[in-house]
Design a protein around this ligand. Structure first.
Ligand code: SAH
Length: 221
């Protein structure tokens, strides 16, 4: 039952990949991202009252004015990070914990920071219940990253920032990738892919228009 719902969701994600391919340059979901989506029960990460909608390709409320991202967006952001099994990843904006759980299937260790303490606690309880023991979650402002575990092979930000926080750029490893929605809150933002080459040079690519909840307490220049 749940399996067929996930399969239908994967079909929808694949057709959205095809539909957006001319702007994203990606026409097929990477097989290992697909496997991760199949492995993680999204219904465990949404409030009980939304269980029936857990396998629709849309965002859902998770309380505290926040949302679990649309599965297509989770897929493409994960895909863009091109994770390897021994990578260490930083996520800013744990929310429900679903995105972190997907990442945990594809890398060695995930560190994730959530601004709202109650959401951080909820996500931790999901990780514990489901036995994902390569995810460490803490409550706090992710603007400064998590220097203790830096540098990271990949960084993913799931809240919209008006500019890319400097500390996150610093904590990205040479050869690393970051995805972040950049733009004003409550409007369409641009999903930006940042690549840092082996010499520390940065390359920015605009991928897609997206709508994310705001990045809290952003300290811009
Ligand atoms: N990745 C999440 C999506 C959560 S929505 C998921 O899979 O469910 C974005 C989250 O970013 C919200 O929970 C919000 O509280 C959090 N957030 C916003 N600003 C933040 C900041 N400065 N530091 C850490 N988390 C932040």
């Amino acid at each position: 039952m749940v399996k067929s719902k996930i399969q239908r969701l994967l079909d929808e994600i694949e057709s959205e990949y095809k539909y957006t391919c001319s702007i994203t340059g990606k026409d097929t979901l990477a097989p290992k991202v697909k496997d991760a989506l199949l492995a993680i029960p999204r219904d465990e990460f949404v409030p009980k009252s939304y269980s029936d909608s857990a396998f629709y390709n849309g965002p859902l409320p998770i309380g505290h004015g926040q949302t679990i991202s649309q599965p297509y967006i989770v897929a493409i952001m994960t895909d863009l990070l091109e994770l390897e099994s021994d990578d260490v990843v930083l996520e800013i904006g744990t929310g429900s914990g679903y995105q972190a759980a997907i990442l945990s299937q594809l890398c060695k260790q995930v560190y994730t920071i959530e601004y709202v303490p109650a959401l951080a606690d909820m996500a931790k309880s999901h990780f514990e219940k489901l036995g994902y023991n390569n995810i460490e979650c803490k409550a706090g402002n992710g603007y400064d990253g998590w220097p203790e575990h830096a540098p990271y092979d990949a960084i993913i930000v799931t809240a919209a920032a008006s500019q890319i926080p400097g500390p996150l750029i610093e904590q990205l490893k040479p050869g690393g990738r970051m995805v972040i929605p950049v733009g004003l809150p409550y409007m369409t933002q641009e999903l930006v892919l940042v690549k840092k080459d082996e010499h520390g040079q940065l390359e920015y690519s605009d991928i897609l228009g997206v709508v994310f909840v705001p990045f809290q307490e952003e300290r811009g220049e």
